[in-house]
Write a protein that binds this ligand. Sequence first.
Ligand code: AMP
Length: 214
Amino acid sequence: MLGPPGAGKGTQAERFAMGHRIPRVSTGDILRDAVHAGNEIGKVAGVVMERGELVSDDVMIGIVTERLGRPDAANGFVLDGFPRTVAQAKALDSLMAGRDPLIVLDIVVPESELARRLGSRMICEDCGHNADGKETEPGRCHFCGGKLTQRADDNASIVLERFKIYQRATQPLVDFYRTRPTFRSINGAQPLDRVTTELAAAVAAIANGGGGVR
Ligand code: AMP
């Protein structure tokens, strides 16, 4: 699932993964867990993430190779936040050899709307879920009761840096994938449920032969 910060990748990836009983693999979540755990990857990634920059391709490709090799990913998975560079996309193509074709969905949202969303986004300190308006207790996550807080890298100046890096490093991925029959653009500025429906329809069409085989 491609798209700029704030496009709704996480929410849509989670919905799709739950509906299809496949894992959602969020590289941002994996890195945030590593930072919390204070392990070697976390120590390196924490500094980079605080600046809104990208963790190195080598580290990211290593993380994803290990994660997609686990048994729960054998029948499919949703990738959220990976690939973010053309080098990562090429590595992913190699990892996909012998598997079903990769379906690439680009969630498109105007930048003014993204800035508004990120400025008001709150996440749970404990389980990482986005606040979604279903909270029964103000300021508390409706999944686990944890405290809701702003993500450190959703701060306005870091958001600008993340947009710049997205334009420079990640936007070229759209051109890398655009000509594939398994690529679709989705209008992410629509209401959440509408995006979920369109996304599911796009995947179904591709899986039913609309996308051909690479
Ligand atoms: P996200 O939760 O996807 O917005 O990711 C949060 C931060 O983690 C990003 O701003 C990057 O610093 C880092 N990150 C996540 N995924 C990747 C990736 N595929 N390549 C490089 N850095 C990443």
